[in-house]
Each structure stands twice: as structure tokens, then as C-alpha cells.
Ligand binder design. Structure first.
Ligand SMILES: [Zn+2]
Length: 321
């Protein structure tokens, strides 16, 4: 995916964002209505995304579930115990906003409450995708926060990605774990479970999961190679300026965050204590302003290290050679 938005109309919906829980929620306005489609077309779209999830390895066995809002009290969703790679339109179910099945011969997904909770919290959301993409789920298992300021697309389309508190899947208690975050992010990592993402269309809801898992994979590969290079404050600022220009908002553009670190100040950090998230595998991105300081790769850095070493040796009365 390129960073160029497909159209200004698409951008006007401001689909990607994240904001501190203490601030005004990022998603408050319903987006413009999407063109009505026939039920059979919508069923085809769900089956198509199901195949993509399965083919990407995001849903083993009968894992994963997908939903689409049909009206104020009707949601189309995937059935339980069916592989998402081989679903037929006739397998799909319709439920009301409380999860009661209205139609469909197969039993609706056991995770429907998760989808409905997101739709209730976000009037702009028409589709929800839940699955278990391995790389993002590895972060969910490690409870490792997703580092920011590494890839341009991730900065623009995802922003900071939260990790929820763990609960046994299927219950309303589990569904409620997304509530503190879903108004501020379109993609969430579910602790020791998987991911859930949402959007005004099913395609976008799926994209955020795909982008997140690709990002998590790249992070792990780069770490294996030995290091992850973070953007400087200036580089990140340029991305955030682009993001703003395209109509996306971001908490780091917020006046209240003006004097905060662009990269090191995780928007969802306040939730880490509750969700058991701690930074272990990846270093914290450099603090804002570090960009202007010498780095390990620059000659100035070596000069400073040499000067400090010489001074310390002098104090200790030994040779610095
Ligand atoms: Zn699941």
C-alpha cells in the first residue's frame, strides 16, 4: 500500500486515529453513508474477506469472525465452526444488536458480542473483523507494546495500537475489554488471543489487521537482524504533518501533546499496568529532541565518547589508550 490516499472523500471519514483516553474520543461523528448494496453482495464480500484471512494464515481451523452492519438492529455475521477460507454465502447469519439470531441455518459466531459492542461504541463502524494473525498475536502473548515511529504507513494508518486486558472469549465481559480503547483506535490487540479491527467498510476493517500483522512481522525480523531504527523527531513530525494534511487526526498533533515526546509517549501507556503490558523486547523509541543529538553512527558521538573516556581515565589516573 502506498501512503497516497485513494481519494479525498475516503480521507474525510478520518478512519485511522488514536487518542489518549483522557481526551475527546477520536471517533465521534458518523461517516457519510456508504452506497446501499444487496444482501447477496454483502454476503459475498464477507466470504471474500474470510478467504483472505484464511489464506494469510490469520485464522486456523474455524478461527476468526466477521460482521457487517445491515441496519439499526441487524448485523450480518459469520457462523461458528466453519473455516473462514471455505465459507459460502448461505452459511452466514443475521443477528440483532443484542446477539439474538434472526436468520441463518447455522449458529452465529460465539464472538458476536465483541462485534456488537464495537458497533454500539462506534456509530461510524459498519464492519468488524476478528482473527488471530500470528505476528500481532505474538505481541498479544508477550504483552509487548507495539513500538511507534518505525514505518510510515503504520504511523499514518494505525497510530498507537492498544493491547486489551485478558478475559475468557465469548462473554460480554470479554467484549467489554475493548471499550476503553475502541473509540480511539481502529485496530486492537486482544491479550493472549488475537486482534480485532473495524472500519466504515469491510475492506478497511480488514486492512488495519493486515497492516498491523505485517508491521509486527517486520519488527520481529528487524530485531533478529540486530536493531530497529526509529524515526527522528523531525522525520516523525513530517509524517504527522502529512497525516494532518490528508485529514487524519492524531493525538500527537493535539495541543495537549505539544510538549510531549512524539515517538516515546505511547498514547495507551496508562493502560499498561491493567493489561500486563511491559516493554521488554523492543527499546523505547528515542525521546523527542534526541534527533538533534549525536547518534552512535555519527563522528560526533565517537568524539564525545572519547572525551568522556579520557576524562574518566584521567580522574582514575590510568591511560585511556
Ligand atoms: Zn478469537
Amino acid at each position: 500500500m502506498t501512503l497516497k490516499p485513494s481519494s479525498s472523500k475516503t480521507m474525510s471519514s478520518k478512519p485511522m486515529n488514536s487518542r489518549p483516553a483522557t481526551n475527546k474520543p477520536a471517533f465521534t461523528k458518523p461517516v457519510a453513508k456508504i452506497a446501499p448494496k444487496s444482501l447477496s453482495k454483502l454476503k459475498d464480500e464477507i466470504c471474500d474477506i474470510g478467504r483472505r484471512i484464511y489464506n494469510k494464515g490469520f485464522a486456523a481451523g474455524n478461527d476468526g469472525n466477521i460482521s457487517m452492519r445491515l441496519g439499526p438492529n441487524e448485523v450480518l455475521c459469520t457462523p461458528t465452526m466453519v473455516s473462514k477460507g471455505f465459507m459460502k454465502p448461505s452459511d452466514l447469519c443475521i443477528v440483532d444488536m443484542e446477539g439474538n439470531q434472526i436468520s441463518g441455518s447455522r449458529k452465529r459466531s460465539s464472538e458476536i458480542l465483541l462485534h456488537l459492542t464495537i458497533m454500539k461504541e462506534r456509530s461510524d463502524v459498519n464492519s468488524v473483523v476478528h482473527c488471530h494473525p500470528p505476528h500481532a498475536t505474538a505481541f498479544a502473548v508477550a504483552r509487548e507494546p507495539i513500538p511507534q515511529c518505525v514505518l510510515p504507513e503504520v504511523e499514518v494508518f494505525l497510530g498507537d495500537v492498544p493491547i486489551t486486558r485478558y478475559e475468557t472469549p465469548g462473554s460480554q465481559k470479554f467484549a467489554d475489554t475493548v471499550k476503553p480503547f475502541v473509540k480511539n483506535s481502529n485496530v486492537l490487540i486482544l491479550a493472549n488471543h488475537g486482534t480485532v479491527s473495524c472500519g466504515e467498510t469491510i475492506e478497511k476493517a480488514y486492512w488495519w489487521t493486515e497492516i498491523l500483522d505485517a508491521y509486527c512481522r517486520i519488527l520481529m525480523l528487524a530485531k533478529d537482524l540486530g536493531r530497529v531504527t526509529y524515526f527522528t523527531a523531525q522525520e516523525e513530525r513530517e509524517l504527522l504533518d502529512l497525516k494532518q494534511k490528508w485529514g487524519y487526526s492524531d493525538p500527537r498533533l493535539d495541543k495537549s501533546m505539544e510538549n510531549c515526546d512524539i515517538c516515546a509517549n505511547d498514547v495507551f501507556r496508562s493502560s499498561w499496568g491493567q493489561t500486563g503490558v511491559t516493554r521488554k523486547a523492543f527499546d523505547a523509541p528515542p525521546a523527542m529532541g534526541v534527533a538533534s543529538l549525536p547518534t552512535a553512527a555519527s563522528p560526533d558521538y565517537d568524539t564525545i565518547v572519547k572525551a568522556v573516556t579520557e576524562q574518566v581515565c584521567k580522574e582514575l589516573g590510568i591511560s585511556a589508550a
